[in-house]
Design a protein. Structure first.
Length: 716
């Protein structure tokens, strides 16, 4: 490893930390503050400068989070190498024997795999050096005089001490109990990228007394107003924090006189800046009254010259408008579009002298504002990748960006025309409208009353995530426009291959409603599970069971939420036994019975929690109608063996037929698309292919959604 070039005695190497992607801005700032050299690194900048430079960084940098004096760099692939590096530092020059310190440790090597252990080990090494000189040993403290920084990376190590007393992103005015969307140094970086300092310089150079305005929309939790004011009034962030929260004054190398002189200079610059207060106007507005009140409270805490709240710029004003746009990954595009378009309209009505900046998560569709962006910048807000759009002019597009897909809309309309005779009969208000008819829009869209249940099929690897997301957004904007559904009544799920019991696990909060089919009501739940509680493709067979159940004993195996059982009871069955392993679904089935006014009866309506395969083997009852719709595959923890419908269906059918009365009928169905009925079943029983009548009109485009047979004893 190369040895760093020796520096003059008054020069030092510093690592100045900042948020990721802010490094180029920080490098420029450090140069202005007196750095001799700067080198951009990851989440920080390496700089060379004297102690006065370091103090100016502590006082004046608007972008820094930590300032570390680099003491040593070298090999650190194991404890032995790291110990050599640590013992080569005279720690008495950086930690007082009667003082305190802590270790900030990051990275791993061959011996150190845990950062907590690493910090403790480094602390012991430092303390051992003091002991070896028979000196008083310093203490470890949660609020130390000095923070020692050790970083390991790829077998190398760097060791330093931090000159900051606390995190330098703070300004000292925020309530620690309140949530803020941005750290102060990130807000400052965004303002710099948005061009606020450039506007300040242009105004200072102008001879006229033009007032420069900063407008912050949604101002409650971002800090834009205050950071802009600190720049305008030439106020050092370190003045707001105070010396105790800014500089490690008990670091042995601290120069109190130098620090005091720089603090005095900062106060003089602040006082001169405040004399120019009439040249600036700061406006804050927020649709959330609590957020606006918080911004106002923060402003007043600092005692800054008056700002205006809840007002907009007037004709002739010029300046910068900046706003943070909220966006959640699960948020529906149909809900985002009106909100973003309204923000775009607000910005477009500002006086012509305004520039703009929009900050949002990287996935946020900022194009929905219909504004022309000039440049786009990448940032990290904590762990969230984010984007900043800068807008040199705030004119909205004459023709807003088209987000509704005409191809998708036309297909929806065509499907509705095809379903018109079916819908006119009024058999149900729960039906399928669309099922990946267009490959680019790989969705299944089901209507449940006034709600839409949208399942997105996982895109193939050939389609990148961004393109898939854009198509999904188009679809979600098109659906309410064509189907006349409230955008908030659209539930979106991703449909993919399920493993084990995944399809039965809860997905979110309950959104339950009641639907009907053929005079029967069912409770469906659109949000908690992947499936809704009602398989729409089995609607004809449920009605068939209703029509053929009168005075019959009925068995519903793998009953799920008991929809077939309810139809049988409504159809006049003498007794209905419903078997399922899930108590959740048996409870749901009983609720469906109650919903239809069917009174509980321990003899007539039995709900049996059991593994249907094992239960069949031990059952001695007899039935005149059996409904058997097994899963394609199951390996539930309650089963001793897995179940595969192709492998195991013959034995399952034989077990069910053993319980079937001589004149009875077994309805056998499954959804495995490559299923082939065992020829032995056809030879042994009277098998009627009932596939075509079992497919409802709304699934006619996908006739392979399931297969169905009516199976009877021969000679019946």
């Amino acid at each position: 490893m190369s040895t760093p070039t020796p520096l003059p005695p008054d020069q030092h190497r510093w690592f100045v930390a900042c948020p990721q992607f802010v490094e180029p801005l920080l490098a420029e700032e450090l140069t202005v503050l007196g750095a001799v050299t700067v080198k951009i690194g990851h989440a920080g900048v390496l700089a060379q400068g004297d102690l006065a430079f370091a103090y100016r960084v502590l006082l004046w940098s608007r972008l820094v989070s930590r300032l570390t004096l680099q003491l040593a760099q070298g090999y650190g692939k194991d404890q032995a190498e790291l110990a050599v590096l640590l013992q080569g530092i005279d720690w008495s020059r950086h930690i007082r024997p009667d003082g305190s310190f802590r270790v900030r440790f990051s990275g791993q090597n061959d011996d150190i795999r845990n950062t907590r252990f690493g910090a403790q080990w480094v602390k012991d090494q430092i303390v051992d050096q003091f002991r070896s000189h028979d000196a008083q040993r310093p203490d470890s403290s949660a609020h130390p005089d000095v923070m020692v920084s050790v970083n390991l990376y790829s077998g190398k190590a760097s060791v330093g001490v931090e000159l900051n007393a606390g995190s330098l992103h703070t300004r000292g005015y925020r309530d620690p109990e309140q949530h803020y969307a941005l750290h102060e140094n990130l807000a400052a970086a965004l303002l710099i990228r948005a061009g606020w300092p450039a506007l300040l310089q242009a105004q200072a150079a102008a001879e006229s007394r033009t007032v420069l305005t900063l407008l912050a929309l949604q101002c409650g939790a971002d800090g834009f107003l205050i950071e802009a004011a600190l720049m305008a009034y030439d106020m050092a962030p370190g003045l707001l924090r105070g010396a105790a929260a800014t500089v490690a004054s008990r670091w042995p190398g601290h120069d109190a006189g130098l620090w005091a002189s720089l603090m005095q200079e900062a106060r003089q610059r602040r006082d001169a800046g405040l004399l120019q207060a009439d040249r600036f106007r700061f406006l804050g507005t927020d649709t959330d009254a609590q957020g606006q009140a918080q911004a106002r409270s923060d402003w007043e805490t600092l005692g800054l010259p008056g700002a205006a709240w809840g007002t907009m710029p007037t004709e002739g004003e010029q300046g910068l408008v900046v706003t943070r746009l909220a966006f959640a990954r699960e948020e529906r595009a149909a809900m985002v579009r009106p909100r973003y378009a309204a923000i775009g309209q607000t910005l477009a009505t500002l006086p012509p002298g305004f520039r703009g900046a929009l900050f949002a998560p990287a996935e946020a569709p900022l194009a929905m504002t219909d504004l022309f962006y000039s440049r786009s910048y990448r940032f990290m807000n904590g762990r969230q990748e984010s984007q900043l759009w800068t807008l040199d002019n705030l004119t909205q597009k004459v023709r807003p960006t088209v987000w509704v897909s005409e191809d998708f809309a036309n297909r929806l309309r065509r499907n509705l025309r095809r379903l018109k005779p079916f819908l006119k009969r009024g058999e149900t208000n729960a039906y399928r409208i669309y099922d990946a008819d267009i490959p680019e829009f790989a969705l299944a869209v089901d209507r449940y009353g006034d709600w839409l249940h949208v399942q997105e099929y996982a895109p193939p690897a050939s389609i990148d995530a961004r393109t898939a997301r854009q198509r999904l957004e188009q679809a979600l904007l098109t659906l309410p426009a064509v189907l006349d559904v409230d955008p908030q009544h659209i539930v979106l799920k991703q449909r993919r291959r399920q493993r084990g019991s995944e399809q039965y696990r809860k997905q979110g909060e309950a959104q339950a409603l009641t639907v009907f089919e053929h005079g029967v009501k069912f409770r469906v739940n659109l949000t908690e599970y992947l499936d809704t509680g009602l398989f729409l493709d089995h609607r004809p067979m449920r009605y068939w069971v209703q029509q053929h159940s009168r005075e019959r004993t009925v068995l519903n195996l793998f009953c799920y939420t008991g929809a077939v059982s309810v139809h049988a009871a409504i159809g006049g069955a003498k007794r209905v036994d419903s078997v399922d392993m899930s108590q959740t679904y048996l409870n749901w089935a009983q609720e469906n019975f109650r919903l239809n006014g069917i009174k509980p009866s321990p003899y007539a309506w039995r709900f049996i929690r059991a593994n249907a395969v094992e239960w069949l083997a031990g059952c001695q009852g007899r039935y005149q109608l059996i409904f058997l719709d097994p899963p394609t595959f199951s390996n539930s923890r309650r089963m001793q063996d897995s179940f595969d419908v192709q492998r195991d269906h013959a034995g399952l059918i034989e077990a069910a037929m053993r319980l079937l009365e001589p004149d009875g009928v077994l309805v056998f169905s499954n959804n495995f698309r490559r299923f082939r009925l065992d020829p032995a079943m056809v030879a042994q029983y009277a098998v009627q292919d009932y596939h075509k009548p079992s497919i409802p009109a709304d699934f006619s485009r996908d006739p392979n959604i399931h297969q169905c047979w009516l199976i009877r004893h021969r000679g019946a």
